[in-house]
Design a protein around this ligand. Structure first.
Ligand SMILES: Nc1ncnc2c1ncn2[C@@H]1O[C@H](COP(=O)(O)OP(=O)(O)OP(=O)(O)O)[C@@H](O)[C@H]1O
Ligand SMILES: [Mg+2]
Length: 283
């Protein structure tokens, strides 16, 4: 079993895709998607970095670090904000939360429960909305894929991630509240684009992932119709397949593992593998 700390990837000039996972309402499957896509992309040979921006620290936990704040030797994104280390120095290897085994090709910048102070901390920084864009320059050309897991609000952390992403992934569920959240997210992107479009910021959603859909119509006609509406409204932006309701997902959450590691044979894991393919992360 490999638990030895590897060296962070060097600059190779490779093309780095930066996927911002965002939603207009909380609990839309962002962290579940981030954990599963990161794990699968690494398994398929990509060099991956996950940066979570949420004080709930869900994606950090899923990728091996239950409570980063409890270990003062572990750097977090908040240490980067505080100038205690660089983003490069904050990289830690992803690991299996149960065995401690290193997940090859997978790296993280850990979240902190102090991330709720991010807005306050960045308040005095010049061009505060661009802080993450600037920081990510240290990682570009070193990773194939960077995933930014936003919190369930539109605070400065999410705004930074929306500006920094080369692709924006809207996460939703086939339920009214979450589907409406997509519109709120689009409004925020459009607003930010007015100011930051000249820097190359995306002008809209690039992908939409629907999670926790109903398994069949009889399970909930209304939910099915909302899913249809989202597909009709957004067409090809909506990635196939929808991740159906699967009890293995909350089980994986409790076990602090990405669903693709917890139960690779589950329907949800298969759906996430297919979503990664549909997004052309791997073939
Ligand atoms: N396909 C699914 N089947 C069943 N439960 C699911 C599925 N996908 C996600 N969930 C559950 O929905 C909840 C929210 O998921 P998740 O934490 O990924 O959302 P989030 O968008 O990251 O939330 P937040 O906005 O709070 O960060 C979790 O408890 C997760 O286990
Ligand atoms: Mg989350």
């Amino acid at each position: 079993m490999n638990t030895e700390t590897p060296t962070p990837p060097p600059a190779t000039g490779r093309q780095t895709r930066i996927l911002t996972l965002a939603s207009g309402s909380a609990g839309s499957g962002k962290s579940t998607l981030a954990g599963a896509l990161a794990e699968q992309a690494a398994v398929h040979g990509l060099t991956v970095c996950v940066i979570g921006l949420d004080r709930q620290r869900d994606v950090s936990r899923l990728l091996g670090y239950d409570d980063p704040d409890a270990d003062e030797n572990l750097p977090t994104l908040m240490d980067v904000v505080d100038g205690l280390c660089t983003l490069d120095e904050a990289l830690v290897p992803g690991r299996h939360s149960k065995t401690g085994e290193i997940l090859p090709g997978l790296w993280l910048v850990l979240e902190s429960d102090k991330l709720d102070a991010l807005t306050l901390k960045l308040a005095g920084v010049t061009a505060r909305e661009l802080w993450l864009t600037q920081q990510l320059k240290q990682l570009e050309g070193r990773f194939d894929l960077i995933l930014l897991d936003c919190p369930g609000n539109m605070d400065l952390g999410t705004q930074n991630a929306l500006i920094a992403g080369t692709e924006i992934v809207g996460c939703t569920k086939s339920q009214e509240k979450e589907a409406r959240g997509l519109t709120a997210l689009e409004d925020k992107i459009a607003h930010l684009h007015q100011s930051y479009g000249f820097l190359g910021m995306r002008d809209g959603l690039d992908w939409i992932v629907i999670g926790e859909g109903v398994t069949n119509i009889s399970q909930g006609k209304l939910y099915f119709e909302i899913e249809q509406q989202v597909r009709e409204a957004y067409g090809d932006l909506v990635v196939a397949p929808t991740v159906r309701d699967d009890v293995k997902v909350p089980e994986a959450y409790s076990a602090s593992l990405p669903i693709t590691l917890y139960n690779p044979k589950s329907d949800a894991a298969a759906a996430y593998v297919a979503i990664g393919k549909a997004m052309k992360l791997y073939s």
